[in-house]
Design a protein around this ligand. Structure first.
Ligand SMILES: [Mn+2]
Length: 191
């Protein structure tokens, strides 16, 4: 199951890899997990001079989602939120514009009902998003693969976010554990 989620992460990373010249709009959640998730992606976009806008939502309200989706861009990214707001996204998202959701919360509706939406969520594969994969871990690994493993600070941000979300390492086969192992390997290679 983790392998399927990892494939979804790598697919999202491949899409982001080709968006260097794009305008990306990011909406994240105002908590430790959401801010760490944004930290990973934003620092990579900044390093490669990709134009981005990053907004933070405190209450995940329809008003926040709708006003975010009114700001034109080439791709929207939702971090640590979006799954519970799929109905708002369906109503407000411009149909032709791509949206990527990196989230670990339960989904309010079937994400395939929304055009041009990529959902990266452990819940899609029956993995408990409350224990095995937090938003910052998903964002960290997506950033790591999109940068061809050049961006490494994101792995640390992912650990910070997963601790902040009180998840820790997760089970032996969890996405949080994949993140942890990548960081351990990196530290070993650099020592
Ligand atoms: Mn979270």
């Amino acid at each position: 199951m983790t392998q399927k989620l990892l494939n979804d992460i790598k697919e999202a990373a491949n899409i982001l890899k080709d968006m260097k010249e794009s305008q990306i709009n990011i909406l994240t959640h105002y908590d430790a997990d959401g801010l760490s998730a944004a930290g990973s992606l934003v620092s990579w976009f900044r390093n490669q001079n990709t134009k981005f806008l990053c907004r933070v939502s405190y209450d995940l309200s329809e008003e926040d989602i709708t006003s975010f989706l009114k700001t034109k861009c080439d791709a929207y990214i939702f971090l640590d939120l979006g799954s519970g707001q799929l109905d708002f996204i369906k109503k407000a998202k411009p149909k032709d514009t791509l949206a990527i959701v990196l989230d670990h919360h339960q989904m309010k509706m079937d994400p395939t009902e929304i055009d041009n939406l990529i959902m990266v969520n452990p819940e899609v594969h029956g993995i408990d998003g409350g224990k095995e994969a937090c938003g910052s871990a998903l964002s960290a690994l997506t950033t790591y693969y999109a940068s061809d493993k050049i961006e490494t600070n994101c792995l640390k941000m992912g650990i910070v976010g997963s601790v902040g979300d009180m998840q820790g390492e997760g089970g032996p086969d969890s996405i949080n554990q994949v993140l942890f192992q990548e960081l351990l390997l990196l530290t070993y290679l650099q020592s």
